[in-house]
Design a protein around this ligand. Structure first.
Ligand code: FA5
Length: 341
């Protein structure tokens, strides 16, 4: 029996030397140290041996078991170290290589201008009021003093929906009626920013969608002088303290009197250049005193209340600020353009 144990030990150790991977090692362990291994059978059969034989065989069986376990542990450890070593060698990372830079998104130039405009009007005490982009014919035209078949409706080429009387707003002015109906008879000082849509020929200066910022002030003693003073204060904050402005008579059905405001061309300083079409002036917005009919439609008594309103296009202002020649860049999603801001 003692000889058998020695043979078993030699055989097991020799086989262990051959184990080349974790799978071999596992199979070896089952074969020599598992519950049905020969060594386990010998240990279980100890009680059948004679009293004389039993202690020696028992001790030797224990020795063999310990030796095999120790050899197993050592082999397991060396295999693990070898695997680790190999993976370190083969999958080496060069941590000194330069990394790939993460590109950051940035605020769209139209939104940068919008945020600047919000900040200026906020400083002057104007709240932001968000109005809907899908509008009714009634709010976009009728309540703004342009009843059905009024020729002034042709000033705005309109996207109509398949739902009769429902359209995409052509300007932010319908928001005036919404805010007045919500606030009457309280005084109002708000700006109404947002996207507008026009069924127009796309050119370097005109898009079918663009942002406008509408402004509305309603109170008991508001005059055209307030309109001019407020818009001049805005222009100075937006374009610099030195900027000169002028007001030209214009026509909008929802304001009376109506005007357009120009700023002196800051590219040529008023001398006349390509950007200002040799006039020395750049148009930035339409404005006027809120028409009595519009005040009435908003729920204000025009005998008691007056107000001013204005509407500016933010892409056109951004184009002026940065010397951008074509409005189509704004929604073209060309990173070469966007990354410049
Ligand atoms: C209006 O839309 C009036 N609702 C403005 C207004 C409000 C007047 C309140 C009086 C009182 P107009 O159609 O001119 O007016 O447009 C105003 C601004 O929107 C223009 O000055 C321009 O900057 C911008 N805009 C108009 N059409 C386009 C377009 N197709 N693409 C880009 N910007 C445009």
């Amino acid at each position: 029996m003692l000889e058998r144990l020695t043979e078993l030990e030699d055989k097991a150790l020799a086989e262990l030397e051959q184990a080349a991977g974790q799978a071999d090692l596992k199979a070896w362990k089952v074969k020599y140290l598992g519950r049905s291994a020969e060594l386990a059978t010998i240990t279980a059969g100890l009680r059948d041996l004679s009293k004389e034989e039993r202690p020696a065989v028992g001790r030797r069986a224990n020795e063999v078991k310990n030796a095999l376990e120790k050899a197993y542990e050592a082999h397991f450890e060396s295999l693990r170290a070898e695997t680790l070593d190999r993976s370190l060698r083969e999958e080496r990372l060069d941590v000194t290589l330069p990394g790939r830079s993460v590109s950051h998104g940035r605020v769209h130039p139209a939104n940068q201008t919008l945020r600047q405009i919000y900040a200026i009007w906020a400083e002057m005490g104007f709240q932001i009021y968000l109005s809907r982009e899908v509008e009714s014919d009634e709010y976009n035209f009728t309540l703004l003093n342009m009843p059905e078949y009024h020729p002034a409706r042709d000033m705005w080429d309109t996207f109509h929906t398949t739902e009769p009387g429902v359209l995409l707003r052509t300007h932010t002015s319908p928001g005036q009626i919404h805010v007045m109906r919500e606030r009457a008879p309280e005084p109002i000082r708000v700006i109404l920013p947002g996207m507008c849509y026009r069924y127009e020929q796309i050119t370097a200066r005109s898009e079918i969608q663009f942002n406008q910022v509408e402004g509305l002030a309603v109170g008991r003693h508001i005059t055209f002088a307030d309109l001019k003073g407020t818009l001049n204060a805005f222009a100075r904050r937006m374009f610099g303290q030195e900027v000169r402005t002028r007001f030209r008579a214009a026509h909008f059905p929802f304001t009376e009197p109506s005007a357009e405001m120009d700023i002196e061309c800051f590219i040529c300083g008023g001398e006349g250049c390509q950007v200002c079409k040799r006039t020395g002036w750049l148009e930035i917005l339409g404005c006027g005193m809120v028409h009595p009919i519009v005040l009435h439609n908003g729920g204000y008594d025009p005998q008691v209340f007056s107000g001013f309103a204005f509407g500016m296009g933010t892409e056109r202002i951004t184009m002026l600020k940065y010397g951008i020649e074509d409005i189509r860049y704004f929604w073209g999603n060309d990173l070469r353009f966007l990354e410049q801001f």
